[in-house]
Design a protein around this ligand. Structure first.
Ligand SMILES: Nc1nc2c(ncn2[C@@H]2O[C@H](COP(=O)(O)OP(=O)(O)OP(=O)(O)O)[C@@H](O)[C@H]2O)c(=O)[nH]1
Ligand SMILES: [Mg+2]
Length: 212
């Protein structure tokens, strides 16, 4: 297994729709969440570069942006959802694009779902979870902007979401952690998750590992 060097990430492409995404080869992991949840900031913290545009104005990322992190391994910054000021047409287009991307993209190995730790599991967050689970896609939740809360408050928020996931019987496919792009907190856990999805250790008994 080669360790992914996230700091070597580079931008490759912006796609206005799923039809214009790069070819279905290798593996990718997508970052999804409400507008302003901190998707672009998380990618920048992870790569230690200003790769993805961040903004105080919600709805900044309107394209599907692809970043290479290795040989056919990609991170994908998805357009944020839930931004009140966009038109209904635009909202519907985003929803169609997201559902199509999540359900049809074969090379998609997992979903990083970002939610502001102060407002987790809002409208459409749960829809995203449902779509992913229905497609048997593992999800890793980042409770972002954890620096806005005390450690105790952050842990309480984490436990509360964990409890809800358990009650909804979603805890097998879904993992969760606190995160702060501002403080670079939670990066090791996120990197380990991405590594496991993008470059999994081959199963010792599998044909693939036997032939190597
Ligand atoms: N305090 C704090 N602010 C953060 C953190 N992460 C992001 N922000 C701020 O939140 C705002 C939105 O961040 P973005 O990374 O642009 O959010 P996004 O999810 O990519 O937003 P869209 O592209 O609109 O979907 C910016 O002002 C960031 O500086 C964090 O960990 N802590
Ligand atoms: Mg963004």
């Amino acid at each position: 297994m080669t360790e992914i060097v996230f700091t070597k990430a580079y931008f490759t492409k912006s796609a206005p729709s799923i039809r214009e995404c790069p070819p279905e080869t290798g593996c990718e992991v997508a970052f999804a969440g409400r507008s302003n949840a901190g998707k672009s900031s998380a990618i920048n913290a992870l790569t230690n570069q200003k790769l993805a545009r961040t903004s105080k104005t919600p709805g900044r990322t309107q394209l599907i942006n692809f970043f290479n992190v290795g040989n056919d391994q990609r991170l994908v910054d998805l357009p944020g959802y839930g931004y009140a000021k966009v038109s209904r047409d635009q909202k519907e287009k985003w929803q169609r694009d997201l559902s199509e991307y999540l359900q049809k993209r074969q090379c998609l190995k997992g979903l990083i779902l970002l939610m502001d730790i102060r407002h987790p599991l809002q409208e459409f967050d749960t829809t995203m979870l449902d779509w992913a689970i229905r497609g048997n896609m593992p999800v890793h939740i980042l409770l972002t902007k954890a620096d806005k809360l005390s450690r105790m408050q952050a842990n309480n928020a984490l436990f509360a979401v964990q409890k809800q996931l358990k009650q909804a019987k979603l805890d097998e496919l879904v993992s969760i952690q606190c995160f702060s792009a501002l403080k670079y907190a939670g990066l090791d856990e996120l990197k380990a998750k991405l590594q496991s999805w993008l470059a999994p250790v081959p199963d010792q008994g599998s044909e693939e590992s036997a032939s190597q």
